[in-house]
Design a binder for this molecule. Structure first.
Ligand code: NA7
Length: 581
């Protein structure tokens, strides 16, 4: 039964949190399956990450024709993108269009945060309390909160005494800021820091970038989208989207199968040069297949990227500080740039190495780094996010036996297939720990997670099952497998990264993302769905207690089911997909 608070009672089948890519499609999919859905969103409107990250220069690093939904053919054909890589406002406009087109806003309550969620083991339902005081009783609780939605601002001594303005890129104000003639600091050189630096350098009087770890970048090579190219793409859309759905990274080109190792150095150089000219992630994944797995091959490509930086930055001291060394290229999420290193050739742009000159405090007029006091009108924190687990840990989520999600994740992300957490029945965490979204193109992986969750809850309803729970045994085996696979890649060798929480000084154990690729992840999930979700603990309505009726899979099973599908299997899976039906 629904509870009462402030005179408001609501009962529903599913509560969804978040109105970004996952949340919007989740609501749409649940509605198609006939569920009653109630959705909450903190922001005043849809957009998720693109609502909040409005800083100048914010732009998507995936090509626009791949950074969109594929579930509806007409939507895909109708929407016209203006650039090869969409700027933040264009993605936001797209998501608003999707919300209107499919009439999704009616299910959302905006400017409302979920504060707590408590599982009732007897009723097998969640009681959700929102910031408005409303209490909702729901059977399923699906979080679509995004991986990068809790900005991390370092606790800098004296921040309150700063008389200028300070901002975080992930919580940018609606009103544009004019940087003309201003003295500006940017702290952080991840994707947000690189993008905002390139843009602000155009107008600021002085710009100082505070860097903790030097970054590699790949040229973005953005351009207006040629209408003929867009038409050609759309006329081949079905084929390209099939490729996307069964690709390694959620992008419609399959990774190279040629190893760098053993190649003639001249051939390597030519291949890298050509890919550098094209720009984008193809440089990383489309040139040689062992860049992400073989340290020696990686070192050759890293050296190529360093030579590119050296060919741009003229000042020897700036070049020394900016040059990334000591970690593999691609171990940290690599930013794509548009003239990032070039801005350091401007006399008014400076770089400060925070390892040599740590920030001691902020003062009324700026900040002290090392022994130097810098004067600023604006300080911009491009310092990233409390990623993956951060958004859900902000809520008071209580599972079986009073277990708190905060405690379960105190030592790092832990979960099953990115959707299930032992001890938290009927909670599905889209893109959560052990998923694939963190390291792939977001919209296709979000669609996969949504489709898995929607089909799962529909299956449970149709089979008289009122509770699903990831077991500790299944999650342990999955995490062990995910962790072992991660160590075949460069990711664990990043000096710090939001992927594993080391950006905030905590190191996730185990590594939180399934690295063998999106296609393999999809195959695992498809197999688990085809089995009837029996690797989860399921409770049938009317049974006295939960039965140990589950079957946890071991790493051998995971390795077996990801073997390349036959073309007949592939055709049948694609036919089954809700795409364009
Ligand atoms: P990132 O990629 O996490 O980058 C954050 C940057 O801020 C990075 O350079 C960090 O240095 C730096 N940082 C973090 N904490 C501090 C402190 N305390 N002091 C100084 N510098 C700090 O976040 P972004 O917003 O740029 O990008 C997030 C994702 O959005 C990106 O990966 C894409 O997927 C899109 P570090 O390198 O950790 O030493």
């Amino acid at each position: 039964m629904g509870s009462v608070a402030n005179g408001i009672i609501t009962e529903t089948d599913v509560v969804v949190i978040g109105a970004g890519f996952s949340g919007l499609y989740m609501v749409h999919s649940l509605r198609k399956f006939g569920f009653n859905v109630r959705a909450f969103e903190k922001a005043p409107d849809v957009g998720g990450t693109w609502y909040w990250n409005r800083y100048p220069g914010a732009r998507c690093d995936s090509e626009s024709l791949t950074y969109c939904y594929t579930f509806d053919e007409q939507l895909f054909q109708d929407w016209v993108w203006s650039e090869r890589y969409p700027a933040g406002p264009e993605v936001l406009k797209y998501l608003r269009h999707v919300a209107d087109r499919f009439d999704l806003r009616q299910h959302f309550q905006f400017e409302t945060a979920v504060q707590s969620a408590t599982y009732d083991e007897v009723a097998r339902r969640w009681t959700i309390t929102a910031s408005t005081g409303e209490v909702v009783s729901t059977q399923f609780f699906i979080s679509a909160v995004g991986n990068l939605s809790v900005p991390a601002t370092p606790a800098v001594k004296g921040i309150e005494s700063f008389q200028g303005q300070w901002l975080h890129t992930g919580r940018w104000p609606l009103q544009p800021i004019d940087f003309t003639g201003k003295r500006v600091a940017v702290i952080g050189t991840g994707s947000s820091g690189v993008q905002v630096t390139q843009e602000i350098a155009k107008t600021a009087a002085h710009l100082t970038v505070f860097q903790r770890t030097p970054t590699f970048t790949i040229p973005l090579r953005n351009m207006p989208l040629d209408p003929d190219y867009q038409r050609l793409w759309k006329s081949n859309a079905r084929e390209l989207i099939k490729k996307t759905r069964y690709s390694d990274g959620g992008l419609p080109f399959f990774a190279s199968s040629t190893p760098l190792k053993g190649q003639d150095p001249e051939v390597v150089e030519q291949g890298l040069e050509a890919a550098w000219g094209v720009g984008g992630f193809k440089f990383l994944f489309g040139t040689f297949c062992d860049v992400g797995s073989d340290h020696e091959s990686n070192a050759i490509v890293a050296d190529f990227a360093r030579r590119k930086i050296a060919s741009i930055v003229k000042d020897a001291e700036k070049l020394r500080v900016l040059t990334p060394t000591g970690y593999p290229l691609g171990a940290k999420r690599i930013p794509l740039d548009t003239g990032y290193f070039q801005v350091y050739n401007q006399d008014n742009v400076h770089i400060v190495d925070l390892k040599e000159n740590p920030i001691k405090e902020m003062t009324s007029g700026g900040l002290i780094a090392g022994e130097t006091e810098h004067a600023f009108d604006l300080v911009i924190f491009a310092t990233g996010f409390d990623a993956i687990t951060g958004p859900l840990m902000q809520m008071d989520i209580t599972g079986r036996g009073g277990q708190k999600l905060k405690d379960t994740w105190a030592d790092g992300p832990y979960g099953y297939l990115g959707v299930g957490v032992p001890g938290f029945p009927n909670l599905l965490t889209l893109g959560g720990p052990g998923g694939v979204g963190v390291i792939s193109n977001v919209p296709p992986t979000a669609e996969q997670a949504v489709e898995f969750a929607a089909e799962c809850v529909a299956y449970l309803r149709d089979h008289n099952i009122d509770e699903i729970e990831a077991t500790t045994e299944a999650a342990d085996l999955w995490c062990e497998h995910v962790h072992a696979e991660a160590f075949k890649t460069m990711y664990p060798y990043a000096p710090s990264s939001w992927h594993d929480g080391s950006n905030l000084g905590k190191k996730a154990r185990p590594f939180p993302a399934y690295t063998p690729g999106f296609s393999k992840f999809r195959r695992i999930c498809d197999n688990i769905a085809a089995e009837g979700y029996t690797s989860f603990k399921l409770h049938h309505k009317g049974e006295a207690g939960s039965k140990a009726n589950y079957k946890a899979h071991d790493p051998e099973w995971y390795t077996k089911v990801v073997q390349a599908p036959s073309s007949a299997e592939l055709a049948s899976w694609l036919e089954k997909s809700p795409m364009w039906t």
